[in-house]
Design a protein around this ligand. Sequence first.
Ligand code: OSB
Ligand code: MG
Length: 367
Amino acid sequence: LRIDGAELRLVRLPLLVPFTIATGTLHEKVFPLLTLYSDGLQGHAEGVMDPLPDYLEETVAGAMDLTRTVLLPQIMGKSFDNPQALHRLLAPWRGNAMTKATVEMAFWDLWAKSLSLPLQTLLGGSGDAVNVGVSLGIMPIDQTLARVEKHVGEGYKRIKLKIKPGHDLEILRAVRARFPNVHLTADANSAYTLADSPLLARLDEFDLDYIEQPLAWNDIHDHAVLQKRLRTPVCLDESLRSPEDARKALQSDAARVINIKVGRSGGYINSLRIHDLAEVFSVPVWCGGMLESGIGRAHNIHLSTLSNFRKPGDTSSASRYFQRDIIEQKLEAKDGRMPVPPGTGIGVSLDRDFLHHVTMGLESFRP
Ligand code: OSB
Ligand code: MG
């Protein structure tokens, strides 16, 4: 497969409702969108880094620069038999997992299309729909309860609430009291420290499926210490940026559940290793989200069809996030199940007319 062209865009999509997590509020989704070309075929992927380094260190500006000045020149005009060949070339670059993942993911889409196969088949997945839940940003209790009621009614299989110090016990108590049987989880996005162990232990009474990333974004050790003090399983998100991170977390019992995000993990090859390693430890995984457009969502859905994705993912209906998506297909869940877009590759195509209106910059690359 020879890479004979690429398009790198900066896209801005307004969010229907602002999304607040412990580190701040997102009003719009700004992201790099990459298309790789080969022999008339197109492979697409989007970067999941934020404009500011508040979730992890990568930024949109840094990703755009590394992609245009290093990664695309490195692969342009070259041939790769499979994703592993491309992965090997990019692996020596330190960090920048989300930026490298974007290039690798676009290549996987292209490769799957060249083989006339759905991406899920090449990843080792199967099935035509996946279980999904919703992730609710931080908002007042009454609004949270109304949202939970709506989404439980729609059939979503799990409700995840964002928490932070001062917005934790009360909101979880209120939701648990009203919805005694719902699968409930909490995501702290690194807002606590081990000094908060007594408070975090009080969350045990709410029967959470797990608590996601309570401690520092770059920590594994303290999460293992915390797990000994909790009945609630600890789930890691931010801390797992590679298969080696996952191995350390699994062997030290710092993660009884793992959130896999392809971008954060540095691509599919790394994500598959994390998936398999977790399975060996009998640890279930689920597919996280980063408020992606339809391109990133389609990727997430294909990955979620692998066997150890045993808990509902975050890829809920696109209509919850955007007035209009940049793909031609609609990615909508029904009864808590998100259909796998049929067809080859990721199974979705760009709505280029609309994309034109939300593109803030476009760069083309030729060998
Ligand atoms: O921690 O999982 C997270 C969104 C932005 C940054 C981090 C996270 C999230 C979400 C939203 O939880 C998941 C989604 O609905 O796409
Ligand atoms: Mg998270």
